[in-house]
Design a protein around this ligand. Structure first.
Ligand code: NDP
Length: 684
């Protein structure tokens, strides 16, 4: 008997109390492992996550968490060979494993990098601008995101044992949540191997990752208001989870990614000799055969103009005929096995259902030539292409989770959109067209029904293919879809992190808001002392440190010189008559960039010091025109300090306000600089 998979529970590897169920190799039918969760203390697991893992993660800033994710991704990258070998047993070819294993590790890298670049080095995220709530400026509001003291339960599907775990774990970890991962039993041995390596590495704090192998049992009963469940799998299980008392009555957040009858639409403009025709055909074939079609994003419906049905079917069939099916370890094999013979039965049943309103035009669900394996013991099946009858309904309802797609026809783009919508909400659609009008009409028609839309033509095809094409969720883009696809949203860069956080509107005085958020708020106290803030390193610099410059007149000569120097001779700066006729200015005004440049001259401390560079400005607005002989001054205030953990410097965001002789704001903006962590007169 093979080894029983263990669960990682409250700091220990736990062996179930029974012998468990056999999990079989998809290619050979041999037993790979046994699995059971009998005896796992689920309450202890949740408690451990809440009391040990969660606090340990939340003690760290977003940047520190991102740093650990980067270390984790690097570590897993060194162990890939082991995972690839095990992945073969799931029926995955080398290419399939790459999507799962490299795709998963790449997702962790992406979150590590986004976390460092787009989140603060803090434990609070600010959402949007400060809202004034009173006329006097003493009462303001700010939306903030904070971490929830709960646990993120992740219930994954069998098709991506590595990516499925990592794409949920990375954003949850960044959000400060401990995870309990429950892989699908069929391929849990690969997830277990990866989790074992993660735990051994001790990179993540104890309790931030636990593993439940086998049935979820009563895990959801243990969850409450601060907890969440992210589920990928069948609509049937999703339904059970949606009706769970913890979700219905105790406020557990449930994210679902379930069945999805994704489509690809061939534009009415595409002829058989256009490059887009080949792109469409290749896309459908790739999505049918990668992972043997066991992808939530696979193209189940190929929607084409009536006149194109025959050539499309012919071209897809010709390509499918070249797909070698068999043992994924064999280099000639393009398509491996389904995850189990049970899944093959499910796919055959789905094809039978589809045949109520469609005919098979390629492949035989009962027969397939197989290389290097036994066609019956392994979960092999031929790719199957169907052609729908007019008015067919099954292709919009039945999800064959295998290498199966159905060609449907349309008479107008409106009909194409209506057919796509009959999927009742999908993860992804492709629109293959070289006509910008078709692209806009179809994309806008499909968008309410889809989480992602790939618009494919000759110009983006090469890079789109490198990025994985139709079927590849990308960490920086949203994955999830409305309606039948589950209504959930994962990934999407930092959006995927924010989903896990709680958004709260905080109402307070500017000083209180500065103290709470760690970001200086307009209207709160400034601190002015004898030392110019440009002479202070991060060690000494404080939020609210300010400098108020001397006043400076802006003369007509300044404006003329600036126009001449820059070549910006726009009439409002150079032609008194034309400028006088301008309804906004009524006369010559200074260039906005002149005002900003003069302001820099007013606030700068020129000598070598801890300020290393200016890397931009944010939110620049010119509010009041500066006329010749107006006088300006600038107030510069430290707004936010973000030390970089990987460098000797950090980012300092300065609030800049330029005012005129009447104290009216002329320009407001944030100046972004890099400032050394330490500095002495010797430049250290
Ligand atoms: P399931 O919904 O049965 O399983 C998905 C996950 O949910 C597994 O981890 C499973 O664990 C777990 N699970 C099952 N029942 C419960 C429950 N009552 N409470 C908590 N967790 C539960 O889907 P399968 O993976 O078996 O796939 C079945 C079909 O679902 C596929 O053939 C396909 O049609 C569809 N599917 C769709 C996907 C999509 O994203 N569109 C992805 C994957 C599947 P265990 O494995 O231990 O039962």
């Amino acid at each position: 008997m093979s080894a029983l998979l263990e669960s990682y529970v409250a700091g220990h590897w736990f062996r179930a109390e029974d012998e468990g169920e056999a999990v079989l190799d998809a290619t050979t039918g041999e037993e790979v492992a046994r699995i059971s969760s009998r005896g796992v203390d689920l309450r202890a697991m949740v408690e451990h996550a809440r009391t040990t893992g969660g606090p340990a993660v939340r003690r760290m800033t977003f940047h520190e968490r991102a740093g650990l994710l980067k270390a984790l991704a690097k570590h897993l990258g060194q162990l890939k060979d082991e995972f690839y070998a095990l992945s073969l047993r799931t029926g995955a070819t080398q290419r399939d494993s790459m999507i799962d294993i490299d795709g998963g590790i790449g997702t962790v890298f992406s979150y590590a990098s986004k976390g460092t670049r787009e989140l603060p080095n803090d434990t609070i995220v600010l959402d949007g601008a400060v809202e004034g709530l009173g006329r006097g400026g003493t009462f303001v509001g700010q939306h903030v995101y904070t971490s929830r003291p709960g646990v993120a339960v992740q219930i994954n599907a069998f098709n991506f044992p590595v990516w499925g775990m990592l794409e949920k774990l990375a954003p949850a970890f960044l959000a400060g949540l401990p995870s309990i991962v429950k892989p699908a039993s069929q391929t849990a041995y690969l997830t277990e191997a990866v989790v074992r390596r993660i735990i051994e590495s001790e990179i993540l704090p104890e309790g931030s990752l636990q593993l439940l192998c086998g049935s979820a049992g009563t895990l959801l009963d243990e969850l409450g208001e601060q907890d969440s469940v992210a589920f990928t799998g069948s609509a049937h299980t999703a339904e059970i989870l949606r009706n769970h008392p913890s979700v219905l009555h105790r406020g557990v957040r449930l994210g679902v990614e379930a069945d999805s009858l994704n489509c690809s639409i061939l534009g009415p403009d595409v002829t058989t000799d256009a490059p887009e025709f080949d792109l469409f055909v290749k896309g459908v074939v790739a999505e049918m055969t990668v992972k043997a079609g066991q992808k939530c994003t696979a193209i189940r419906r190929a929607i084409v103009p009536e006149a194109m049905a025959d050539p499309v079917i012919e071209a897809i069939s010709a390509r499918l005929a070249k797909v070698v099916v068999g043992n994924p370890a064999d280099e000639s094999v393009r398509m491996g096995a389904l995850a189990s013979v049970g899944q093959r039965e499910e796919v055959r049943k789905a094809i039978e259902a589809l045949r109520n309103s469609a005919d098979i035009v390629y492949g035989d669900p009962e027969r397939v030539d197989v290389v290097g394996a036994d066609a019956e013991r392994g979960a092999f099946i031929s790719p199957v292409l169907l052609r729908a009858h007019p008015g067919a309904s099954e292709p919009h309802d039945v999800e064959p989770f295998g290498p199966v797609s159905t060609v449907l026809t349309y008479a107008s783009t409106d009909e194409a959109i209506a057919l796509a919508a009959r999927g009742k909400g999908s993860l992804v659609a492709s629109v293959v067209t070289h006509d910008p009008e078709v692209a806009r009409t179809v994309t806008l028609g499909l968008a309410p029904w889809h989480g992602r839309i790939l618009v494919l033509d000759r110009h983006d095809a090469a890079e789109a293919a490198t990025a994985g094409g139709h079927g590849s969720p990308l960490p920086v883009l949203v994955h999830g879809g409305p309606g039948r696809a589950g209504g959930g949203e994962e990934l999407g860069g930092i959006r995927g992190v924010l989903h896990h956080l709680q958004r709260t509107a905080v109402q307070a005085s500017p000083d209180m808001l500065t103290a709470i958020t760690g970001r200086w708020t307009t209207g709160s106290q400034r601190s002015v002392d004898d030392v110019h803030p440009f002479r202070k390193s991060l060690r000494d610099l404080r939020i609210g440190d300010s400098i108020v410059s001397e006043p400076r007149p802006v003369t007509l000569a300044d404006i003329d010189r600036f126009a001449e120097l820059t070549g910006d001779t726009f009439y409002a700066h150079t032609d008194p008559e034309a400028a006088a006729a301008n309804p906004l200015f009524g006369g010559i005004v200074a260039h906005g960039y002149l005002v900003v440049s003069l302001a820099a001259g007013l606030f700068v401390d020129p000598d070598p010091g801890p300020v290393l560079a200016n890397f931009g400005v944010d939110n620049l607005r010119f509010l009041t025109p500066v006329k010749a002989d107006d006088t300006i001054r600038v107030t510069l205030t430290v707004k936010q300090i973000t030390p970089r953990s990987s460098a000797d410097y950090g980012e300092v965001r300065w609030d800049a306000v330029v005012t005129n002789q009447d104290d009216a704001p002329v320009a407001t903006y944030d100046v972004l600089t890099l400032v050394a962590k330490t500095w002495d007169d010797q430049g250290h």
